[in-house]
Ligand binder design. Structure first.
Ligand SMILES: [Zn+2]
Length: 239
């Protein structure tokens, strides 16, 4: 896709009427077509983090959707956030139960880590994640085979915000804006306070640049990923 027509379409999209803000109206809104407009998927790993509630408030205020790659142990300790994520239209992914390196784990451990998280999310919010993000973004053939058993593609990221290392609002905003691109998938963390603090201004800027903030499933729609597939495909990946 090219940038100019997408931006033109984004600008031509009428703003929703003031009266159309009920939950029912929100659900009925036409889905965003990421082959026609500029889309970006913000993803938040390792949560629900301590600041997930504040982040959810911000996302709601700006009508932005995100994807949360949840760690089962925190789903268990903060189930109310998981419930809210689903109720407010965000996407959930599985990011293991306790964050081990899957490429250094045996098959039984990997299966158990994924299954326990699926069960915890189902208990908290009544749904099961359909996407897997292996801890550290590390996978191999064994992980891929187990992802097939669970019916899940593996989702990495097109770029990181480096939020966990900079822990600086301005640096996180600058980095994210530098790497944002149509149908990009950005790695962030809702346990980093500065990420959550800087989110209102970051969302405003991204929207001014014509981006629609959508879920991972929205931006990967045209990839037609099968269970066990990995996206984006890392260098050297072979199946
Ligand atoms: Zn992680």
């Amino acid at each position: 896709m090219t940038l100019a027509p997408a931006a033109a379409i984004a600008e031509a999209t009428p703003a929703p009427a003031q009266g159309a803000k009920s939950a029912a109206a929100e659900k009925k809104a036409a889905p965003v077509d990421c082959s026609q407009v500029k889309c970006l998927a913000l993803t938040f790993d390792d949560g629900p983090g301590k600041y997930a509630g504040t982040l959810l408030d911000t996302l709601k205020k700006y009508d932005a959707k995100a994807t949360f790659f949840l760690e089962g142990q925190y789903v268990k300790s903060r189930p109310q956030f998981v419930k809210r994520m689903v109720a407010e239209g965000h996407e959930l992914g599985n990011h293991s139960y306790s964050h081990p390196d899957f490429t250094k784990s045996d098959a039984a451990t990997i299966r158990n880590e994924i299954k326990k998280t699926q069960d915890a999310v189902k208990k908290a919010a009544g749904v099961e994640p359909k996407l897997l993000r292996p801890p550290y973004g590390l996978a191999d053939i064994q992980v891929s085979d187990i992802a097939i058993e669970f019916g899940m593609p593996m989702i990495l990221w097109t770029a990181g915000s480096a939020d966990w290392s900079s822990k600086n609002v301005k640096a996180i905003q600058k980095q994210t804006l530098a790497v944002a691109k149509p149908n990009g998938i950005i790695l962030m963390h809702d346990w980093v306070k500065q990420t959550v603090d800087g989110m209102p201004a970051l969302i405003k800027t991204l929207k001014n640049k014509g981006y629609h903030l959508v879920t991972v499933s929205d931006v990967i729609k045209d990839q037609n990923l099968e269970p066990g597939d990995i996206f984006p495909v890392p260098a050297g990946w072979e199946r």
